[in-house]
Structure formats: C-alpha cells, structure tokens
Design a protein around this ligand. Structure first.
Ligand code: PLP
Length: 366
C-alpha cells in the first residue's frame, strides 16, 4: 500500500483507512463473493441489493436509528440536498424556515434555499469572519418554523457545533457532511440528516440521507421523480443506476467502524485525541501557529490555522510535501492551513504532523 495515503490531511475527499483501501484494491479486480470487478457488477444483482441492505443496517446500528427513519443513498452530493430539502419542505409555505449562517457551506445552502421559499437567517457569523458559533442565548428559534437547518461542522472554517440545536417541536435538518459517523450524533433528534461520503466514510459519489417518515407526509406530488425522496424510498436507493462502487466502499468503512473500531463512541475518543494533540500543540507554539476558530467551537475534524505571513505558509506547504505530508492547504475561499483529521487518519499521522510542525518552527521561527 502507498504510505502517502496515511499522511493525507486533505479537507475532502479525505483519507480512508488502510485496511479499507486494501479491500478496495482487491475489489477493483474481483469482489470475492462474485468473482467480478466491483466496477462491472450490475446494480440489479442480488449481491448489490445485499450490499445496500447491509449498509443500511450498519448505519442504523452505528446510530441506534429506529424504523421510523428511511436510510437513503443518493447522488448529487450534499449540494443537491441544499435544494431538495426546501423543494420538499418549503413549497407553498408562508412562514419562513430558519437557517443558520455559520460559514462557507451554510452560505451555499442559504443561496439555494432562498430560491424555493421564505427563509429567515436566524444568526450570522459573517461579522466575526465565521470564527465562532452562536451560544443558545443568541438563538431565538420560532415554534412556527416549518423546519430549521444548520451545518454541524463548517469544513472550511474549522468550527463545529458540540451540541444539538433547535426545539424538539420543530423539525431539525442538518448537513453533517464533514462529521457524519465521526461520533455519536443523537440522530433521532433530527428529522432529516444528509452527509456526502467523501469526508469520513468513503469516496465522492454517494450522499447518505436519513429522513423520518413523518416528515414526508403531505409533501407536494409535482417534483421530478429524481428529486422526490419517496421515489428513492420506494426503489430502495435503486431508482436509477446508483454509484455501486462508492456505496460498496461506504459499506467497507461501516464494517471497519463496527468491527475494527468498535462503534462511534470509540471513533469519537480517537478523533478527540487526534484533535487535542494538534490544538494543544498550536496553543503552545507562542503564536507561531495561530488557530483560526474560537476555542469552544473548534472542530475535531478540520483544524484551521495560520502562520505569520502568506510567504511562510507557502514555505510550510512546500516543506510539508517534501516531508511526505499532504493536503494541508486551506480552502481556496479563505486560504491559510487546514489539517483535516477524518476517521481514516491515524493518531500516528497526527503525531507525525506535530513533529514536522515543531521542526519547521525551529528552523523558521522562534
Ligand atoms: N456541505 C459541507 C459541510 C461540505 O463540506 C461540502 C463540501 O466539502 C458540501 C456541503 C458540498 O458537498 P458536495 O460537493 O458533495 O456537493
């Protein structure tokens, strides 16, 4: 296996566990139970129906999800959900849905939602350059909103909610793309969760949607079939040709989470140790490395920071790459450095990054 993959701190797609990559490599040539390449197995085969079934069961087991939820594997990325959610839930409404504007991705969400119906921006972090998240005292949720929407982890800015927001009597909708299955998430407190795979659980191409059945009662009947959750429910996520490869890889990652890691509590403990190691290092670097996020809202997934000048940051990227450490450039929207610590990235990889950063500071700073 290629050791570079174990030191890939990219914000997305993220690093996958080495044991999963090994199985994927074999599956490209031949899936053991079928004797064919994963790239050539029919989506109408019994084998693939069993893959979808097992994956659905694994996600239900990992999250403790009841039968009142549908588990769907859709295409179009998280971006399609930015539109599909309001197209489904906002049509014909006069009372606004409530959205939180906490960073780059929730900004994209809002742009799409506004095209579909009335929206209230409940809180905006723009004035603080999205370095912090709101406290409960700053959030005045209305009991009449058709639903609330927020992004649990802002991948670009590296800020993450460490609690569930909203009221229990208003449906919660959440984009969990960059922290899904990285920790337990009280899934049963949400009416709809969506998360693309390419951070913690697989390659791009599939987006997981968990939707409570009750949310889809009395929704409009005039949506294109592809954009109607009910089409995908009826077809068991096989409405048109699904991304068989991506879904299979997500299955392998859920097996790894269940059997190798031992569930989401354990995954969370590992992810916390990784983030803590890096944040502690930033905090004791005498300002050579400056963390971007307010301490209380720091993301366990995306650690965003700056060095004193853009020139020094460029040197940092060059030397990191020479040391065999990859994917540290910040998102093009804000620049800086971002180390993403998704599930597949090991504690040893973080220790290696910290060692490199200490060395770099010795050579170029104080
Ligand atoms: N939401 C979040 C939190 C993201 O991080 C991203 C992309 O990284 C998206 C949505 C957009 O996802 P996609 O490219 O799958 O549409």
């Amino acid at each position: 296996l290629n050791p570079n993959n174990e030191r890939n701190f990219s914000g997305g797609p993220g690093a996958l566990p080495a044991s999963v990559l090994q199985q994927v490599q074999e599956a490209i040539v031949s899936v053991p139970e079928v004797g064919l390449s994963i790239l050539g197995i029919s989506h109408r085969s019994d084998w693939f129906a069993a893959v979808v079934q097992e994956l659905e069961t694994n996600i239900r087991t990992l999250l403790g999800l009841g039968d009142d939820y549908h588990v769907l594997f859709l295409q179009g990325g998280a971006t399609q959900q930015f539109s599909m959610v309001p197209m489904t839930l906002l049509h014909g409404k006069t009372v606004p849905a409530e959205y939180l504007l906490t960073g780059y991705w929730s900004g994209k969400v809002l742009t799409e939602a506004r095209k579909e119906g009335p929206i209230r921006t409940l809180w905006s972090g723009e004035a603080d350059s999205y370095r912090r998240l709101p406290s409960d005292a700053e959030l005045d949720f209305s009991p009449d909103a058709p639903y609330i929407h927020y992004v649990s982890n802002e991948t670009v800015e590296g800020i993450q909610f460490h609690r569930v927001l909203g009221r229990d009597d208003v449906p919660r909708v959440c984009d969990m793309s960059s922290d899904f299955l990285s920790k337990p998430c009280e899934a049963d407190r949400f009416s709809l969760i969506y998360a693309h795979a390419q951070k913690n659980i697989g390659p791009a191409g599939v987006t997981v949607v968990l939707v409570r059945d009750a949310l889809l009662q009395d929704v409009r009947d005039d949506l294109p079939g592809f954009l109607d959750y009910r089409s995908h429910i009826k077809a068991h996520s096989n409405y048109n040709t699904p991304p068989v490869f991506a879904i299979y890889v997500v299955l392998l990652v859920t097996r790894w989470l269940l059997n190798d890691i031992g569930g989401l509590e354990r995954m969370d403990a590992i992810n916390r140790r990784k983030a803590q190691a890096l944040y502690e290092f930033l905090d004791t670097s005498d300002g050579f490395y400056q963390g971007r996020a307010a301490t209380a809202d720091r993301s366990l997934m995306n650690v965003a920071f700056n060095l004193a000048t853009p020139e020094l940051e460029r040197l940092f990227f060059t030397e990191a790459q020479q040391a065999g450490i990859f994917g540290l450039t910040g998102h093009r929207a804000i620049g800086g450095v971002r180390a993403s610590l998704y599930n597949g990235l090991t504690e040893q990889a973080v220790a290696g990054l910290v060692d490199f950063m200490a060395e770099f500071r010795k050579r170029h700073g104080r």
